[in-house]
Design a protein around this ligand. Structure first.
Ligand code: TXA
Ligand code: MG
Length: 338
């Protein structure tokens, strides 16, 4: 089916993968499913093709891209140094939602690394993505397949809304299972450091390689020094509505929301007592479900025409930290302590 001039909507079958690979071999752009979020892919070894990603998304030219490979053997041509920790982490977590930042080789074009001496690499836990990479025969550079600043896409429909007419193809692989972007871990610094939290938590990583630190931009607003992950300084995950994160007890949240105009982004446990329209992220104890629903809820509020969203602050243990990190950014750090 042709959904708009020059954008093919492709199925996640053999033919869809083959057509996607042909478009990518010609230097085109294809939105692809991964387990985390949909990615906007181009040939990672073709600097000109990669440049089109920045144009299609409206992405700042100093924000480097993650390179996706189908298996471990593809990593060697992309890096100059593979520390022991990389082998151990790959064995434990790949394919999966963990990006490793490593010293890059000369094969990585400047448009991928954006002036850094490193490259972020991961093997996605999605067979369509890996089959597509194998059909291409080259690695795929792919940021999240949304317009820059907006909410990351977790379905093909989200990609259509943002990118139809701007890309050559979109492969529909259904809903992403994780729903939040990968954990980004740098192994290129003296001590391994988490630059972006994700489904794989600090404790999971420490169980494999020992102590890792957390970049301070994870918890707070970027303050002006050069950030280790350039993407951390940009506006992120913003729906059209204003998002406000409310910190306090359940009853404080319910009182506040019921007394103020707006929509509620709440947990299942809150629903019965709310007198305003709401969407629930799932149980307040179920961080994995919260992660998988956050972005689709934010997009749904836009469809509902919401102008203000009062979000109950999630817990920050385990995957909750990644949910909290994305929500803070969606709210441009607007937090009210109740
Ligand atoms: O799950 C994901 O990671 C998704 C899917 C498509 O794989 N991709 C994704 O890409 O979230 P993007 O571009 O939206 O976010 C990548 C983040 C940015 O904050 C970027 O600055 C950082 O990773 N990053 C990429 N390469 C880096 C590098 N060499 N050094 C430090 N940070 C890097
Ligand atoms: Mg992104």
């Amino acid at each position: 089916m042709v959904i708009e001039i020059n954008t093919l909507l492709l199925k996640d079958d053999k033919k869809g993968i083959q057509t996607g690979a042909e478009l990518l071999k010609k230097g085109g752009l294809v939105a692809i499913p991964t387990e985390t979020v949909y990615g906007l892919a181009a040939n990672a070894l073709d600097g000109k093709a990669v440049l089109k990603i920045f144009e299609a998304k409206g992405r700042a030219q100093d924000n480097p891209l993650i390179v996706h490979i189908a298996d471990w053997s593809m990593i060697h041509e992309l890096t100059t140094e593979l520390p022991q920790q990389a082998y151990k982490l790959a064995k434990s977590f790949w394919p999966g939602p963990l990006t490793l930042v490593l010293k890059k080789s000369a094969a990585i074009p400047e448009t991928v690394s954006c002036g850094l001496s490193t490259v972020g690499i991961r093997i996605p836990d999605n067979t369509i993505a890996r089959d597509l990479i194998r059909a291409c025969g080259f690695p795929l550079a792919a940021p999240s397949a949304n317009l820059s600043g907006g909410v990351s896409p977790t379905t093909a429909e989200h990609c259509i809304v943002d990118l139809a007419g701007r890309v050559d193809g979109i492969i529909d692989g259904g809903s992403c299972t994780v729903g939040l972007e990968s954990t980004v871990l740098s192994l290129a610094h003296d001590v391994p450091v988490i630059l972006r939290p994700g489904y794989i938590g600090q404790e999971d990583i420490e169980a494999v390689i020992g102590p890792v630190s957390m970049d301070k931009t994870i918890f707070g607003q970027f303050t002006g020094e050069v950030p280790l992950a350039p993407g951390m300084k940009y506006k992120h995950y913003s729906p059209k509505a204003e998002v406000i994160v409310l910190k306090g007890t359940k009853s404080q949240y319910i009182n506040y929301v019921n007394q103020n105009n707006g929509y509620a982004l709440c947990f299942d446990e809150d629903c019965d007592e709310l007198k305003v329209p709401f969407l629930s992220l799932g149980s307040e104890h179920d961080f994995a479900t919260q992660a998988s629903r956050l972005f689709s809820c934010l997009r749904e509020f836009d469809q509902l025409g919401a102008e203000k969203i009062h979000a109950r602050c999630p817990g920050s243990e385990g995957v909750g930290l990644a949910v909290y990190n994305r929500l803070l950014r969606a709210a441009s750090f607007h937090v009210i302590e109740l």
